[in-house]
Each structure stands twice: as structure tokens, then as C-alpha cells.
Design a protein around this ligand. Structure first.
Ligand code: SAH
Length: 253
């Protein structure tokens, strides 16, 4: 193995260049090669244009990491790109898993944090994540439907605010409807729900709705859904989950 090879798992944020951290930008600029899903490489087209890029399609994650490891072993500084944060449904975990499976230790690996979709969506909606919340991916590609539904139910029962990643794809539509029905068993029909599509990208859409009306809202794989808890409200078009200050202090003066 070449001593100077390295892999940096880089989270590039939700989409806009100003939401890429300086550390992530620097990692991209100093890389010999940038590897990632085509869509994410497109989002960072303007950054480090001189650096070689290797793009691949969806569900090519294992191949991408394998390639990254090979290139690092040849002495390259590899930037392995994830949307949002590399450690939240991103490439960081698979990278560490594959290094372990291949009995590779001592490789120079860094993980650069990024702004995840939940941070981006929360900021666009108001302040829905001020108290305890749970993130759940509705993708049944790697996790069984039963497990996903069990987790949604447990989080709903425990009154967590919910951030639903990968809510719906063209091949997977029923799961979302099932989740909506399950949530309605534990939360009031007028519970506020924020639906954010393509946060901080040119085609961004922000919708405030209610649990009752959620099935009518267009939701796809570029969307994050935030379901409020029993105390979440909407004021002046902003979704807020109070943290509890009002119970201890006068907030009206
Ligand atoms: N690592 C990423 C998540 C990858 S899973 C992160 O930390 O954000 C992909 C899912 O993330 C999408 O299906 C969608 O639910 C959500 N997502 C990613 N970017 C988004 C964006 N700009 N706007 C809304 N949702 C987004």
C-alpha cells in the first residue's frame, strides 16, 4: 500500500455551494480524484473543476467504495462524496465496513461532516427539531418493511418529532401511505407536517400541511418529511416545536 493514499468521506450538504463547509471544500480541492453518485457530482461541478471525477449510478455504493479503496491503495487522495452528511445514510459507514471486511487497517481515513437534509429542511420550515426527534429512512432496500414500521410506530408512540428520509420512490409508494396511516393512530389529524423537496437546490419546494392532508402532497426521493409531535404548532407560516421555555418563563414581554 502506498503510504500517502487516503480516503476522505465528504458530506457536501443539501445542494447549494454556500452550504458546503470550508473543510469539505478544501478536501475536494486537495483530492486527486472525486468519486460519487452522478447527481451529487453535478451539484459540485463548480468546485475543484480540475480534479478527476468518477461518477456512478444509484445503488452502486459498494462498487464506488471498492474503487475508492483501490485508488487510495495506489497512492491517491480520494474524496468520496455523499449528499448532506456522509455519516447519515451516507458513504462513511460503508467505507468503514468495507475496510473492516477487507482486513485493512491503518489506512488514512477522514470523515468531514456536512449539513444533512434534516438540518436544511428544519431551517426552511422554522424550528421543528427543537426537542427530541428521530430520523427514519423509509427505504426498504437494506432494511425490512417490518423493521421500518416498527421503528415508526415506536417513535410515534414516544412522541418524537419524525424526520422521514427516502419517503417514496417510483417503485415504492405503498410504504409511505402505510406510514401515514400508522402515524394517524398516534397523532392528531391537525398535527403540522413539513414537506421539503430539493432543499437549497434551484427546484426547492417547501410545503406546510397536516398529517390528515399529507397523503395528498407530492413526495418523492428528493423530499424530506418532518412530522411534528403533540406540541408542534404553526405560527406565521413557520413550524415550531416548543422546547418548553413557555412553561418556565414569561415569553410575552
Ligand atoms: N446523507 C444524506 C441523506 C442521503 S439519503 C443527508 O445527510 O442528507 C437520501 C434522502 O435524503 C432523500 O431521499 C431525501 O429524503 C433526503 N434528502 C437529501 N438531500 C435533500 C434535499 N436537498 N432536500 C430534501 N431532502 C433531501
Amino acid at each position: 500500500m502506498h503510504p500517502n493514499g487516503s480516503i476522505i468521506a465528504v458530506g457536501i450538504g443539501p445542494g447549494a455551494p454556500e452550504h458546503i463547509t470550508p473543510a469539505a471544500r478544501q478536501a475536494l480541492e486537495s483530492a486527486d480524484v472525486i468519486i460519487g453518485y452522478h447527481t451529487y457530482l453535478r451539484l459540485i461541478a463548480e468546485i475543484a473543476p480540475h480534479v478527476r471525477r468518477i461518477g456512478s449510478g444509484m445503488r452502486q455504493e459498494v462498487e464506488r467504495v471498492r474503487h475508492a479503496i483501490q485508488l487510495a491503495q495506489q497512492g491517491n487522495r480520494v474524496a468520496l462524496v455523499s449528499g448532506g452528511d456522509a455519516g447519515i445514510y451516507g458513504m462513511a459507514g460503508l467505507l468503514l465496513e468495507m475496510l473492516r471486511a477487507q482486513h485493512l487497517s491503518g489506512m488514512c481515513v477522514h470523515i468531514i461532516p456536512g449539513i444533512s437534509a434534516l438540518n436544511a429542511a428544519a431551517a426552511l420550515l422554522g424550528a421543528p427539531l427543537m426537542t427530541d426527534f428521530a430520523a427514519i429512512s423509509l427505504s426498504d432496500y437494506l432494511v425490512s418493511r417490518e423493521t421500518i414500521l416498527r421503528r415508526v410506530e415506536a417513535a410515534a408512540q414516544a412522541d418524537f418529532v419524525l424526520c422521514l428520509y427516502n419517503p417514496k420512490s417510483s417503485q415504492r409508494r405503498e410504504m409511505f401511505d402505510q406510514v401515514c396511516a400508522l402515524l394517524r393512530r398516534y397523532r392528531a389529524p391537525d398535527t403540522p407536517v413539513g414537506v421539503v423537496r430539493a432543499a437549497y437546490r434551484p427546484d426547492q419546494q417547501v410545503t406546510l400541511t397536516t398529517l390528515e392532508r399529507l397523503p395528498e402532497v407530492a413526495v418523492d426521493m428528493h423530499t424530506l418529511v418532518i412530522v411534528g409531535n403533540s406540541s408542534t404548532y404553526v405560527h406565521d407560516n413557520r413550524m415550531v416545536t416548543p422546547r418548553g421555555y413557555a412553561e418556565h418563563r414569561d415569553l410575552n414581554e
